[in-house]
Ligand binder design. Structure first.
Ligand SMILES: CC(C)(COP(=O)(O)OP(=O)(O)OC[C@H]1O[C@@H](n2cnc3c(N)ncnc32)[C@H](O)[C@@H]1OP(=O)(O)O)[C@@H](O)C(=O)NCCC(=O)NCCS
Length: 241
């Protein structure tokens, strides 16, 4: 039995440290002993939330702080900006996602770029979402897949796009539509991403990697402006360390 709000796993992935936290499948208020693990301002915000939103918020922040700690750093309260984006401490790139019984956070030093993470349940196929989240080219790529792989093709592209949005947001500060990115996943867990930003922001270097985890897809994205000089501590494909 998994302990609610306990760490499910921590993994060093190519873009950063990923920490996953078990969430209880319950709307009950988060116990005080768990709230006490958050910095005071996050705790103050958590008590204003109810039901699953409180559970998700607390689980996501616990995952974030544990991921940052495993980089050998410590962060104060990470509050939310106007569109829900986490306001991160200087020098840290990170992103949060939560889905039902799991919250995840991906964190790294910011010199390598911004991060996005997304977790989606495989669930039963809902092909009706495909035209809302895919470009015509993506739709035709998915329609070319064998029947039994089509839903995975949609879900994977959707999840990578949500992670793209989170990593892109700090640069563009606006809603980015699903039609503004085209994602072509390869079978090895990477994806080619082409941005078509309607306001012409960029250019950006976008890297995407995905993982299948026990009935879920986990997408990770790292974005860096192409015209930015490399950070002094930068190193290609170096671990999160
Ligand atoms: C914001 C959005 C991506 C969140 O995804 P979701 O599947 O609903 O929820 P997740 O659990 O995966 O992620 C929620 C976390 O995202 C983070 N987040 C929310 N808005 C964000 C933003 N603008 N920028 C970066 N991170 C953001 C928050 O940390 C949030 O968790 P918290 O509120 O507990 O801190 C989604 O609701 C959305 O608006 N999508 C439409 C935009 C989009 O994806 N466009 C595709 C562009 S190619």
């Amino acid at each position: 039995m998994s302990k609610p709000f306990g760490t499910a796993f921590t993994d060093a992935l190519p873009f950063g440290v990923l920490t996953a936290v078990h969430l209880p499948d319950s709307r009950d208020p988060v116990p005080q002993g768990i709230l006490d693990q958050l910095p005071p301002q996050e705790r103050d915000h958590a008590v204003t939330l109810g039901g699953y939103r409180q559970v998700d918020f607390v689980g996501g922040r616990l995952a974030l702080h544990r991921a940052i700690r495993s980089m050998g750093r410590k962060a104060g309260a990470v509050l939310a900006g106007p569109r829900g984006e986490p306001i991160l401490p200087d020098g840290v790139a990170a992103s949060i996602s939560h889905k039902r019984t799991l919250a995840v956070a991906l964190a790294a030093r910011s010199g390598h770029g911004t991060l996005g993470v997304d977790l989606e349940d495989q669930g039963p196929p809902r092909m009706i979402v495909a035209p809302k989240v895919l470009t015509p080219e993506e739709l035709s790529a998915v329609n070319g897949l064998p029947d039994e792989r089509r839903w995975m093709g949609v879900l994977l592209r959707f999840s990578i796009k949500e992670a793209i949005y989170k990593a892109l947001y700090p640069y563009v500060n606006r809603y980015v539509d699903f039609s503004e990115a085209m994602v072509t996943p390869d079978p090895d867990g990477q994806a080619e991403v082409t941005l078509r930003l309607t306001r012409g922001e960029g250019p950006f270097r976008v890297e995407a990697r995905y993982y299948w985890l026990d009935g879920r897809v986990l997408s990770t994205v790292r974005i860096r402006p192409l015209n930015l000089p490399a950070a002094p501590d930068d190193g290609e494909d170096e671990g999160p360390g």
